[in-house]
Design a protein around this ligand. Structure first.
Ligand SMILES: [Zn+2]
Length: 218
């Protein structure tokens, strides 16, 4: 795959379409809104070769950004982002083999009070730079919550990279360190391997409902 070109974006989308990760039909999302596409990259990440390719593409995309610093850790929100974070950390480590430069993966799991880093988070030291990754970004909310959790744990968010972003979401905004009250929200850039137009409709004015198209429930 070639980085930063229209063809690499198309090859990512074709890979997802051909493996059933992007489905077309009539879907009801968690928000209650309706739309004609459903994306789930988790089955793709179970394929080691595809997961490794996503990891390498995300690293290349990040390093292609001017002056992008190399992170000390890669964090992804549960569920899909966790496996992706591991692939991206591995791809970074393939570029540099010295043990002291090893980049760790951090999973960010849901807790009662939102998101909190877990697992390898014990390896996160205060001031450590973190790259956020996720499979599919639809609103940016879960990346924003992950960013806030990692930030609260002492990490410094450098930016975010997604495999697929639905619509135009150039930034992730989040609240920084919780112990600093009324601090202005922080903003980091979000880049994506592929961007999909993603139109959703309120349930009561959905053109697919009007057309009588049955809702896909699986
Ligand atoms: Zn509908």
């Amino acid at each position: 795959m070639i980085i930063g070109t229209r063809s690499s974006e198309q090859s990512i989308i074709a890979l997802c379409e051909n493996n059933g990760a992007i489905r077309h039909g009539h879907f009801v999302y968690a928000s209650g809104r309706h739309g004609d596409s459903y994306i789930d990259l988790e089955p793709l990440l179970a394929d080691a070769e595809i997961a490794s390719a996503f990891g390498a593409e995300i690293v290349a995309r990040w390093l292609n950004i001017a002056d992008a610093p190399r992170p000390k850790a890669v964090a992804g929100p549960a569920k899909g982002g966790v496996a992706l974070a591991a692939c991206v950390a591995q791809a970074f480590n393939r570029l540099s083999s010295t043990p002291q430069e090893e980049i760790v993966a951090i999973s960010v799991d849901t807790r009662d009070d939102g998101f909190a880093p877990s697992g390898a988070a014990t390896k996160l030291t205060r001031g450590e730079s973190v790259l956020l990754v996720d499979c599919v970004v639809t609103t940016g909310d879960s990346l924003a919550q992950a960013a806030a959790a990692v930030s609260a744990a002492g990490g410094v968010i450098l930016g975010a990279v997604a495999v697929i972003t639905c619509g135009n979401i150039p930034h992730i905004s989040f609240q920084g360190e919780r112990r600093v009250p009324r601090r202005e929200p922080r903003q980091v850039p979000l880049s994506s391997l592929a961007t999909l137009p993603f139109v959703t409709h309120p349930a009561d004015s959905c053109p697919l409902c009007v057309a009588g198209r049955p809702i896909d429930t699986e």
